[in-house]
Design a protein around this ligand. Structure first.
Ligand code: GDP
Length: 308
């Protein structure tokens, strides 16, 4: 995962090997390596520029001192490379850190189930992620979710969710022949009647963002007023993941993004660009096909993966 990014940062560090002081010249040399790796990793150009500018600003003028570690009698050198890496690490974290919790839950006093609306393009992994999230909430948050199959666009989506729901022991609500909006509305009655505290709506996808899709999603949002709207995006599509995120965020005001297929993403550009470009933070990641291959997104962990 993220080989391109990791290689570039390693090269940058190598450029500074043996140097004890950062100066404008060696910072620029290291930044050139980082720039190349960011571009190769398909990081959005504006994000590349902003990142390099912030790292440069922090790195400039910082003098690397030799530190002595006396405990074991040996000496530990803090090299220019280490210092540069630390600055990059901190900036990577700043670029990816999300504000607020990954999910917002309804006030328990209101006795209203929490709504989570899942949106995304076809093939992004939306239906799979819907099931993964339900399993995660059941295990990690001790919730009792109801899944709603409201993707009537892709013929196999309803059955796919039913199969996934069965495999994780979570019920799936659907009314054959009904409109997605009515299914979502009826699902709330079902959730109340059966004591579910979270409803996860798997809405329709399309091959590309179009007005019809956005109108349908907008009407569902308006009607069910979900606490959370999560966009599912395939990280393998690189900068397109950023464009898609922006398109959905502009129309629906997402509360977050789920980046899928990170297990196969050698580049990692989307993870770094999405929040900076769209304002919608990455909340969760998909790291495999199984329903347990799902994690909360952690900027620190991601930065460490890239920088070793
Ligand atoms: P949808 O059209 O957006 O509902 O997409 P699906 O949920 O049907 O997923 C499309 C394909 O991507 C399926 O083969 C999934 O198993 C696969 N998939 C989804 N998430 C991940 C992931 O995190 N990693 C991998 N490797 N495959 C995934």
């Amino acid at each position: 995962m993220f080989d391109a990014l990791a290689n570039g940062f390693r090269q940058a560090k190598n450029r500074l090997a043996g140097l004890t002081e950062l100066n404008e010249q060696n910072i620029d040399t290291a930044l050139r390596e980082v720039r190349l790796s960011l571009l190769e990793a398909d990081v959005e150009l504006g994000v590349v520029k902003a990142f390099l500018a912030r790292v440069k600003e922090k790195a400039l003028g910082e003098v690397v001192k030799l530190k002595t570690k006396s405990a074991d009698g040996g000496t530990m050198k803090v090299t220019a490379g280490d210092q540069f890496t630390k600055i990059c690490h901190d900036e990577l974290v700043a670029f990816m850190t999300a504000e607020g919790p990954a999910l917002t839950f309804a006030d328990p006093h209101e006795k209203r189930p929490t709504g989570i609306m899942m949106v995304g393009l076809q093939g992004s992994g939306k239906t799979t992620t819907t099931a993964k999230l339900a399993r995660y909430l059941q295990k990690e948050e001790k919730k009792k979710p109801l899944l709603v199959a409201a993707d009537m666009q892709r013929p196999a989506a309803v059955e796919q969710l039913q199969v996934l729901g069965k495999s994780i022991g979570i019920p799936v609500f659907n009314i054959p022949g009904e409109t997605p909006l009515n299914i979502c509305i009826k699902a709330r009655e079902e959730a109340r009647a059966k004591g579910h505290d979270v409803i996860i709506y798997d809405t329709a996808g399309r091959l590309a963002i179009d007005e019809k899709l956005m109108d349908e999603l907008g009407a569902i949002k308006e009607s069910i007023q979900p606490e959370n709207i999560l966009l599912v995006v395939d990280s393998m599509i690189g900068q397109d993941a950023v464009k898609v995120s922006k398109g959905f965020h502009d129309k629906l005001e997402l509360t977050g993004v789920v980046l899928t297929k990170l297990d196969g993403d050698a580049r990692g550009g989307a993870a770094l660009s999405v929040k900076e470009v769209t304002g919608a933070p990455v909340r969760f990641i998909g790291v495999g096909e199984g329903t347990d291959k799902f994690e909360e997104f952690r900027a620190e962990g991601m930065a460490s993966r890239v920088l070793g």
